[in-house]
Design a protein around this ligand. Structure first.
Ligand SMILES: [Ca+2]
Ligand SMILES: [Ca+2]
Length: 275
């Protein structure tokens, strides 16, 4: 079934979309001009198209919340296009919680990467994404605008979190995802040196899927454990053990990648906690 959908969608993209706008690989999914319900906490950007694999999408965080598309920019693979070291700004102590509704400034989270489609908003129901797990907004790949980008290698970065030097600690979040099985994927990574290096984190219960063919933008080889396909229609809470990182200041990133063909609604996140 995946292979059939893959072929059908690729043909549609190449024949109908690419030639229509003259930009190879460019998706034409338009952003909703008027999200429903309205997000009164953050203005929505007015970008009308998702950039192609040869374009760079830059988002200026809240309260500006604007997208800038650089059509002639050359993409640079992660991590070199991600600021290193990452600036902490506020370092949050535990317990930490953020449902993205404005209690923690939205700018405390940041997104970088190759054709990043990360977006804070209300999911686009027409693409199958459910409402946020709470409130009016969540973070997601092209949340409120449809499918994630082809050839994407992007991450949503948490604020800096100071993990106490002793005790048992847990990082948890709610997620919903629909990702092309085997070709595209998502996983959790953590840094204790402000983005200088990243450790892959295994969630409680492990990753349910694997990359089964190379070709994704992040270069994850076949066999890489990840979130892929879908876990169903409901938001699910996931977690991992922060205890091994006691005494450090950590940044957690939600790392997503896709290959050049076939996109789905993507990866949606809400209600992050660290206790
Ligand atoms: Ca929320
Ligand atoms: Ca794909």
């Amino acid at each position: 079934m995946i292979a059939r959908r893959r072929t059908a969608l690729f043909l549609f993209t190449a024949a109908a979309i690419g030639s229509a706008i003259g930009v190879p690989g460019c998706s034409t999914t338009a952003r909703n001009a008027t999200p429903t319900p309205a997000d009164t906490s953050t203005p929505y950007p007015t970008a009308t198209a998702i950039p192609s694999a040869t374009q760079v999408l830059t988002w200026t965080p809240w309260p500006t919340d604007t997208f800038t598309v650089s059509p002639t920019s050359t993409n640079t693979p992660l991590p070199t296009n991600t600021p290193t070291p990452l600036a902490c700004g506020t370092v949050y102590s535990l317990p930490f919680s953020d449902d993205f509704e404005g209690g923690i400034p939205a700018g405390a989270w940041s997104a970088f990467g190759t054709v990043s489609s990360w977006y804070r908003g209300y999911p686009d129901a027409s693409q199958g994404a459910p409402p946020p797990s709470n409130g009016a907004v969540c973070w997601g790949t092209n949340a409120n605008a449809g499918l994630y980008n082809d050839s994407e290698d992007s991450s949503l970065y948490s604020p800096c979190l100071a993990v106490p030097s002793s005790g048992t600690h847990t990082f948890a979040w709610y997620q919903w995802y629909e990702i092309e099985a085997g070709w595209d994927g998502a996983r959790i990574e953590l840094s204790t040196n402000f983005g200088g290096s990243w450790t892959v984190v295994t969630p409680a219960g492990g990753y349910p899927d694997t990359i089964f063919a190379a070709g994704n933008q992040a270069g994850w080889p076949a066999g890489t454990p990840c979130y892929g396909s879908t876990a169903g229609g409901a938001w699910i809470q996931e977690s991992f053990d922060l205890t091994p990182f006691d005494g450090t200041t950590v940044i957690v990133r939600f790392h997503f990648t896709s290959d050049p063909y076939v996109g789905y609604a993507g990866w949606y996140l809400d209600q992050v906690t660290a206790n």
